[in-house]
Write a protein that binds this ligand. Structure first.
Ligand code: SF4
Length: 528
């Protein structure tokens, strides 16, 4: 439900900050696409934009695509910003630029909700989810859009039921410029992994939209031009298993109705492998990828971080079960755990080989505020505030040893031969298990064909001709071309190219070892 009963009109500029370069944003793949410039449309800011009074003009700018200009700031009466910890410096920079135009600036989203003190310069802090704090903020701006004399902190006590959420204002975003479409069904997770801030921020009892809201959102995404992949950003798609089962038949129907133009992806705990009834329906709804926070193959480490649920089935067996349902597993991995030993890197590389998972986001442990890990390390006096380090954790092993082990893992895991061998396995043993898609008119549009041709031309030139791993690429590419499997050729090459290039930069010391690291890097300079 939109905020109502407001007469004043305010022009709101919503600015989403740039991401610091990271493993999971795929920027090395963008030059091989038909104009992708950013990762996913931000759910939070587009949701707020949709919630504002219908008569308030809203401009949305994603600084991953273009920077907000002086003209944007001159147009606006107030500025809204949202983002994660990794975007902290960029958010503070947007605030500084908006203040140069004497505009009131409000910040919401996960970072400020966990750490209000990171944002001393903002005029309004919106702490928590959409709810009474949002109504209060809108009412205050309606009364007076000028900057308050001191910072105002608004905390959500009464959250808006997710069944009342409006469809995020996807129409304000240039959705074709994004690598993936995004959508959210639920919020919160019932588990309590030691390092994770989701239960602390969003609760342990997942809140839900209705299946009808989701199919309406998918309709809107389609109208806005999203085809290809759509990612469910839910913290855990099976946080409420019954809800997942309720939703899936609607997704299956929607896919049939719209001609299977979307490939779906989500995040879920690995114990999804114990739920064949969910996996079968996911296959029918054309889910193709599941991100699982496997974190580590070491059972003692999983126990210590309270992630025992990853061991409900043996990890390799769980991965194979998902593959049998056509689902490629993407895995989160953490290094620098208290349980790590000098040989942990070697064991991890053995796991990469055995699991045949192509894409693993290998990060160093980082303690996030509002997590049990943060509290424990604080008690143990092991939190380090030093921007020159890649983690704020005082590891049990020497810091340099952890970093060099991380670099070695990145270097070896993403050698082109090894990575493409894992992808070949996915083609043979995972993609082959996907539902054969009917060839529909919706897929054979001229726009889709043109898009495919543009990407193929760039791939052949930049990887197949100029690339230094072109021999490995062509071995894979010929096998796909012979079978007419252009879709796998394109999707694998885009991701593989990013992984190879990012891993080279990482093992050469030019990338952060943690997605949450606050270290300054080139991409985190102001977007002006
Ligand atoms: S299962 Fe995932 S979302 Fe849930 S607490 Fe653990 S890491 Fe966080």
């Amino acid at each position: 439900m939109r905020a109502e009963g407001i007469d004043a009109v305010r022009r709101i500029l919503c600015v989403f900050p740039r991401y610091t370069s990271s493993f999971g944003t795929f920027e090395y793949a963008y030059p091989l696409t038909d104009g992708v410039q950013a990762f996913m449309p931000p759910q939070g800011l587009l949701l707020i934009a949709a919630y504002l009074p219908a008569h308030w003009p809203v401009r949305f700018i994603d600084e991953n695509i273009r920077a907000a200009t002086a003209e944007d700031f001159e147009w606006a009466e107030a500025v809204f910003v949202s983002g994660m910890h990794i975007q902290r410096q960029q958010m503070n920079d947007i605030c500084r630029r908006a203040h140069a135009f004497d505009l009131a600036v409000a910040i919401g989203g996960p970072s400020v909700s966990a750490c209000p003190d990171y944002y001393p310069s903002f005029d309004y802090l919106h702490v928590g989810e959409l709810g009474d704090a949002t109504d209060d903020l809108i009412a205050r701006l309606a009364r007076d859009p000028s900057r308050p004399t001191q910072q105002v902190v608004l905390k959500t006590a009464d959250r808006l039921d997710m069944t009342e959420f409006p469809i995020p204002a996807y129409e304000l975003a240039d959705v074709k410029r994004y690598f993936l479409g995004s959508i959210q069904y639920s919020s919160g997770c019932p588990y309590q992994c030691e390092f994770c801030d989701i239960p602390g921020l969003y609760g342990r009892n997942p809140r839900l939209k209705t299946p009808q809201q989701i199919t309406a959102e998918l309709d809107r995404l389609l109208e806005c031009g999203v085809t290809g992949s759509v990612y469910f950003v839910d913290d855990n798609f099976i946080g409420n298993r019954k809800a997942a089962l309720d939703l899936l038949p609607h997704l299956i129907e929607w896919q049939k109705k719209t001609g299977y133009v979307m490939r779906l992806a989500c995040e879920a705990t690995l114990n999804i492998a114990k739920r064949p009834e969910i996996l079968e329906k996911m296959r029918d709804a054309y889910f193709v990828t599941v991100f699982c926070g496997i974190e580590t193959p070491d059972p003692d480490a999983l126990k210590a971080m309270h992630k025992d649920h990853n061991m409900m089935v043996p990890i390799l067996e769980g991965i194979e079960t998902l593959n049998r349902h056509g689902l490629e597993v993407v895995s989160g991995i953490i290094m620098g755990l208290d349980t790590d030993k000098p040989e942990t890197g070697k064991a991890l590389l053995a796991f990469v080989d055995e699991s045949k998972i192509p894409l693993l986001t290998i990060n160093l442990l980082q303690a996030l505020p509002k997590t049990p890990l943060w509290d424990r390390l604080e008690r143990e006096n092991r939190l380090i505030d030093d921007e020159t380090r890649d983690s704020n954790v005082d590891f049990r092993l020497p810091y340099d040893q952890v970093i060099s082990s991380w670099r070695k893992c990145m270097e070896v895991a993403y050698q082109p031969e090894k990575l493409y061998a894992r992808y070949q396995h996915q083609v043979d043993f995972t993609y082959a298990n996907r539902m054969p898609l009917p060839s529909t008119a919706e897929q054979r549009t001229w726009a889709n064909i043109r898009r495919g041709l543009v990407m193929l031309r760039k791939i052949f030139w930049k990887v197949g001709v100029l690339g230094d791993y072109r021999k490995v690429f062509w071995k894979f590419a010929w096998s796909r071309l012979r079978r007419g499997d252009i879709e796998s050729l394109i999707s694998v090459t885009l991701i593989a190219h990013h992984l190879i290039m990012f891993a080279r930069a990482a093992s050469g010391g030019q990338q952060n070892a943690s997605n949450y690291s606050m270290r300054l890097r080139e991409a985190s300079v102001p977007a002006e």
